[in-house]
Design a protein around this ligand. Structure first.
Ligand code: KG4
Ligand code: ZN
Length: 347
């Protein structure tokens, strides 16, 4: 089947064409970073308007590159949740209109399920069961993945998502938006041991299980804020190779987040006796996280599946992959399919 994937849940408009199960025919992403940069975060109304401007040209590009016409499509997969409601509605309404006019089946895909399955775009066989970690701007969640479509949420962040913490800390340090990639770059010149942050204490073992696999990043963000205040306010970013306060703070913050993510991941692997891990979401593009994941994987004899950067951050290929699996299994949605702002999976 040739599946059209559409993603517009936040600030990336994305369109992909995929031949099932995982042959990518074309993959286009239009980032809105420059639009939201001056506001220091995503402005929902601007995001929706930009999705409306970009979605048709992106579809044209995706069709042209793959050499397909609209009539060649066998199905349409679209992100239905979670995300900014106005942004989701642009992709969903567009997908519904195409489905109606072309008389092709439509399927709604949960964005988190997309991230959890992004590794399948580059690997034929990702073993089950495995532990999945979605670590993005909106989510930091750990899952026990028993099979395709069978997810059990083990834990999630109790406050900020990891990507959100990266973005907020970057703001505190006077860096640009989105903060994750900037911190990643600046941290290379810093000392990750320059500042010590207290790790959140999650309940581990004992009779009280709640929180064992949860995350918390707001305390570290507050600690960064206190350090910035006591050093006299937002410092100017260092030039490459300068090191100094900002680089040391970025490196220390990043190392703490990486350490927390890896510890919880390994703990979940041991608890669920899983020797395979799949990591995805924007923060999985972080270079320090990627190299530490490979190290802890080797130390613990755990196979790590970490998608290429373009499949870690938001994209429509992962949506087309999941939608294709559902459409091939005969599952599709009707015109009543609704966009939902908050929707966890595996609860
Ligand atoms: O998955 P994603 O593209 O969108 C959401 O579903 O949220 O993730 C975006 C998040 C942002 O917070 C961004 O700062 C973060 O991923 N991010 C990174 C890196 N690249 C993107 N965080 C740390 N290091 C990176 N290299
Ligand atoms: Zn995402």
């Amino acid at each position: 089947m040739v599946i059209l994937g559409i993603e517009s849940s936040c600030d990336e408009t994305a369109v992909a064409l995929l031949e099932t199960p995982n042959k990518l025919l074309s993959n286009f992403v239009a980032s809105q970073n420059e639009l939201h940069e001056r506001f220091g975060g995503v402005v929902p109304e601007l995001a929706s308007r930009r999705h409306m401007e970009m979605i048709v040209p992106l579809l044209d590009s995706a069709l042209n590159e793959s050499g397909n016409k609209l009539k060649d499509l066998d199905g349409i997969a679209v992100t239905k949740a979670p995300g900014l409601i106005g942004a989701l509605l642009v992709g969903l309404s567009f997908a519904k209109a195409l489905s109606f006019v072309l008389k092709k089946p439509l399927v709604g895909v949960n964005h988190l399920e997309g991230h959890l399955n992004a590794a399948h775009l580059e690997h034929e066989d990702v073993p089950y069961p495995h532990i999945g970690l979605v670590v993005s701007g909106g989510h930091t969640s750990l899952y026990h993945v028993k099979d395709f479509g069978k997810y059990k949420l083990l834990g999630a962040t109790r406050d900020d998502a990891a990507g959100e913490a990266f973005d907020k800390v970057a703001k505190l340090l006077g860096l640009g938006y989105p903060g994750g990639p900037i911190i990643d770059r600046i941290a290379r010149d810093g000392n990750p041991k320059a500042f010590r942050f207290t790790r959140p204490k999650m309940n581990s073992g004992s009779s009280f299980e709640v929180g064992e696999f949860d995350f918390s990043f707001s305390g570290i963000k507050t600690a960064v804020m206190m350090e910035v205040k006591s050093s006299g306010g937002a410092p100017s970013p260092p030039a490459r190779g300068d090191g100094g306060f900002v680089a040391d703070m970025a490196a220390s913050f990043q190392a703490t987040v990486v350490d927390i993510l890896c510890r919880q991941l390994i703990k979940a692997c041991h608890a669920k006796k899983c020797a395979t891990v799949v990591v995805s979401g924007g923060v999985a593009a972080n270079s320090a996280l990627r190299s530490r994941l490979h190290e802890v994987g080797e130390e613990n004899k755990i196979k790590m599946f970490i998608p290429s950067l373009k499949f870690c951050t938001d994209n429509a290929a992962m949506i087309a992959y999941v939608g294709g699996r559902y459409l091939e299994a005969g599952k599709c949605d009707g015109m009543e399919l609704a966009a939902v702002a908050n929707q966890e999976i595996g609860i």
